[in-house]
Design a protein around this ligand. Sequence first.
Ligand SMILES: [Fe+2]
Length: 239
Amino acid sequence: MNEFSKIINWDNVFAQAETFQNNTPFKYGFIENVFYEDFYEKLYNTYPSLDTFEKGNTYSKSQLIKYWGKNNKSVIPSEGNDNNYSEEWNLLKKYLESDDFLKNMSKFSGILFNKLKFFSLIAHRKGGFQSPHNHNMGDSVAVAMFYFSKGWKEGEAGGTYVSSDMDESTILFEPYNLDNSMIIFQDGPVSWHGCRYVTKDAERRSLQIYLDRVEDGKFVGGGATEDDYGIEKTEKINI
Ligand SMILES: [Fe+2]
């Protein structure tokens, strides 16, 4: 028992490992009840107000984003705590950076991770969307979204779908349970995903992270694209 032992329900994560690793044309998976309930409720209840988020709109998306730490818009989250977030959110960020989390996610995915690369809250209100896109940072990277939205109904837009092409008609999977769940996929040239136009008057609240591998002081995968996050494109990141 340590400070991290009641955060992620690893039994629920590992139960989806085989599905994740066998899905095609790229690896993706969906995990429900990803957090232990008590911890999830604390995260849910202290998710920051969307009024404190920045607009992250481009021609291809309409979303709200809140970074961690000093707002330098770097791909890599600032080190340490951020007192704009609750105790539980600070503990979660610390855990997602830990060896324990990265080793378990490597075991789940079959991809070797040793560094958290991105940690930002991303939300949609009514009218939010993101066109189908891929990041193509490399197959050392996985992208994951944790959801904190109660009351989403079957068939409603708002979750990040994965698709086999840059066209919503090719959707492979779209999540509808956005209450304590996570979608994760391996990055690459065909890892298409997006979010259909949100038509309900509600808040689609999430946390997005990237996991990657550092070798010789550099991330193996590239950075996010300017189009994706409104940040400067980075090819290789020195840390
Ligand atoms: Fe994306």
